[in-house]
Design a protein around this ligand. Structure first.
Ligand code: C5P
Length: 235
């Protein structure tokens, strides 16, 4: 992948409070990795933490997976763009109109902010989808929502499993970002992640960015864990 996609490694700051998140950020190099702020940390620490991380030089992926009426999601994305985040995301299942409104809001405020979509959560299987009235397989639903998000709504990419990446690349081509969690460096254990992939395999499958949490945040030396993962990313 090209240099415009740097940094390709995003560290998930899955912490319950600001102090824990900032003490991890102090041990990381913003030239080597970006950081992801999700629900738990954002609800606890708010936009002030995002500003503090950006003040340290980090690019921030604000992982709040918006899903609401178009006007409300557009407002949330506008606020995220004003905050200056690098990436913000939403649920593609909110529909085309919602995604177009969000896209326009981001472009108007800060075109450099990337807006990406979640298709089907990897915690959902065929029976979860049947339960909400969708009779397609998860794979078919992923491809359908990917088309809606990227091809029709013109979003910048998707959050997806690295296992889905080959089919998504075949359908969408090289341009969209494919941001993939569920990554475990060679030789490490799986935690509660069941279907994991190494960084090298994820990029070989077509990922443009990887999200890694515990293998870095629980390492004795997080900066060395980052360096080891970067060595696994093909040049
Ligand atoms: O610690 P770990 O590397 O498993 O963290 C992965 C991060 O990616 C967490 O923030 C998790 O919520 C997120 N994520 C995931 N699987 C998905 C989507 C997001 O693990 N399918």
């Amino acid at each position: 992948m090209n240099v415009k996609n740097l940094p390709q490694l995003i560290v998930a700051l899955d912490y319950p409070d600001r102090r824990a998140a900032e003490s991890m950020a102090e041990r990381l190099d913003p030239e080597a990795c970006a950081v992801k702020v999700g629900f738990e940390l954002f609800v606890a620490a708010g936009p002030g933490l995002v500003e503090a991380l950006q003040g340290r030089g980090f690019r921030v992926f604000l992982d709040l997976k918006f899903h609401d009426i178009p006007n409300t999601v557009a407002g949330a994305c506008r606020a995220a763009a004003r905050l200056g985040v690098w990436i913000v995301n939403l649920h593609a299942s909110g529909g085309l109109e919602m995604m177009e409104a969000a896209r326009d809001a981001v472009r108007e405020v800060r075109p450099e902010t990337r807006l990406i979509a979640v298709t089907v959560l990897t915690s959902s299987d065929a029976s979860t989808l049947r339960g909400i009235g969708i009779d397609r397989s998860p794979q078919e639903q992923v491809l359908r929502l990917a088309d809606l998000a990227v091809t029709q709504a013109g979003l910048d990419g998707l959050v997806c499993s690295a296992r889905e990446a080959p089919a998504l690349r075949a359908q969408l081509g090289d341009r969209p970002w494919l941001v993939t969690p569920g990554i475990r460096p060679g030789g490490s254990g799986g935690d509660d992640q069941k279907r994991v992939m190494t960084p090298g395999a994820a990029f070989a499958n077509g990922a443009s960015h990887i999200v890694v949490g515990r293998p870095i945040t629980q390492a004795a030396d997080p900066a060395e864990a980052v360096a080891a993962i970067l060595r696994e990313i093909p040049g």
